[in-house]
Design a protein around this ligand. Structure first.
Ligand code: SF4
Ligand code: SF4
Length: 433
């Protein structure tokens, strides 16, 4: 009989680990708290340093996950309990009520078109709306609707009920209840990823104060052809194409008052987003405010050189001290000191400012660590104490991959995920420890 492996988190790391484990013959249960697998990579327009289409890489893997005979998806689900030790863990999975019968929903979208309840879309980082009954994004897997109970007029106030009337498949079920699924697992893989720091915590950068200050993830959606602006580079305040824009890196990272560590990917994604912005608007002038350029990876330094030489990106080694509203409702005024020993105070106007906030261990990290009595490091990532086994956590049989262990980019997350699959096989074949 195949042994069970539970993978927690279905971003690119969890997906890759699941596929490799399933190909090795393990029976994989992949748990994802949101309605679809895919994670943050699904939100990205392109990946650095090759500018390959992110979804073109991710989407086939998502479909392979859904269709693999050895993978069971538990979407819209969370870990409820974990007990036991390697290789006999007992895992309780809380499958939340979607109010939709997954076996009946065809994903036709008739219900979405008629739903009157509108809320900001999490996938579009609040830049557009979704309905209370929704598919998080067009390529979502599974392609099944979810009703967000907090915003559904029927479930909250016993009004509306439109989706039940329009659904020809009889898939809507307002009385559906969540359920707990219990299973045994030989190994548990944690791939819970990251959350973007809320930049409103640092008001000096103007996020949430100036309309034209956006986060890097919001900018990623603005650049995306499937995003809220259809891929047109426009600023939020008046939908005009910016003439000049700037990035601020290390917002909350490498900052003793916030997060001391380097988030690892911001230098490169700011460079990528700059290049993409010039491809959308060839005349736009771009400045990147940075502390140190951390272009450590294959082709990374060349990517930065390309941004400078071929796309005219200006890199300024300085951290802005203040960002204010520039002129009425539009643009921003950025104040910083010029680089060098005798830094001079300068203020420059930009049509739009993009912040690169610290990337934090995801909100579920602490909860899972507590449940499993596992150690976190000083920055809140899972501790991987033995350098000989870089995916081993502080507890035997619980393996870590991707951003839940340390900040890392997509290729490193994928490599670690494959490493986790190999380590699972090693441990279960009586490995070396
Ligand atoms: S719930 Fe019904 S109407 Fe909505 S997408 Fe599914 S099948 Fe279509
Ligand atoms: S019942 Fe809820 S989800 Fe359905 S259409 Fe009305 S508000 Fe939307």
């Amino acid at each position: 009989m195949k042994e069970n492996v539970v993978v927690i988190g279905a971003g690119i790391a969890g997906i890759q680990a699941s596929l490799d484990l399933a190909d090795m013959g393990f029976s994989v249960h992949l748990i994802e708290k949101t309605p679809s697998i895919g994670g943050h990579m699904a939100q990205l327009d392109k990946t650095f340093p090759t500018n390959d289409c992110s979804m073109c890489i991710l989407s086939p893997k998502m479909i392979m996950c859904a269709e693999h005979e050895n993978i069971t998806l538990h979407t819209y689900s969370e870990v409820d309990s974990i007990a036991g030790d390697f290789p006999r863990f007992k895992v309780g999975i809380r499958e939340k009520a979607r109010y939709i019968d997954l076996n009946r929903c065809t994903g036709c979208g008739d219900c979405v078109a008629k739903c009157p309840s509108k809320v900001p879309s999490e996938f579009e980082e609040g830049l557009s709306i979704r309905k209370a009954i929704y598919l998080p994004f067009p390529q979502a897997v599974p392609r099944k609707m979810t009703i967000d109970a907090e915003n559904c007029r029927k479930i909250k106030d016993n009004k509306c009920g439109v989706c039940l009337k329009v659904c020809q498949a009889g898939a809507v079920d307002y009385d559906q209840k969540g359920r707990i699924v219990e299973l045994d697992a030989a190994v548990i893989v944690i791939a819970t990823g990251f959350d973007l720091m809320d930049a409103t915590a640092l008001p000096q950068f103007g996020y949430g104060i100036c309309k034209d200050v956006v986060s890097s993830m919001q900018f990623e959606r603005i650049l995306s052809a499937s995003g809220p602006t259809g891929g047109h580079l426009v600023r939020p305040s008046d939908d005009k194409e910016p003439v000049n824009l700037a990035f601020v890196q290390c917002v909350g990272s490498r900052d003793a008052k916030n997060h001391l560590y380097c988030s690892s990917v911001c230098c490169m994604y700011a460079t990528k987003e700059s290049i993409l912005a010039t491809e959308h608007a060839p005349d736009v002038k771009i400045t990147i405010f940075y502390m140190d350029m951390r272009a450590v990876g294959k082709g990374f330094q060349e990517f930065v050189q390309r941004a400078k030489k071929s796309h005219g990106v200006r890199y300024v080694r300085s951290r802005p001290a203040k960002v204010q509203q520039a002129n009425g409702d539009n643009g921003v005024l950025v104040s910083y000191e010029t680089p060098g020993m005798t830094g001079e105070p300068v203020s420059e106007e930009y049509d739009m400012l993009i912040l690169c906030p610290a990337l934090l261990p995801s909100s579920s990290t602490r909860e899972i660590a507590k449940m499993l009595d596992m150690e976190l490091d000083d920055d809140g990532f899972f501790r991987t104490p033995d350098i000989r086994y870089p995916t081993d956590s502080s507890k035997k049989g619980i393996l870590i991959c991707g951003f839940s262990g340390a900040p890392m980019d997509i290729p490193d997350s994928v490599s670690q995920a494959s490493g986790v699959a190999a380590r699972t096989a090693e441990l279960l074949s009586g490995g070396d420890r």
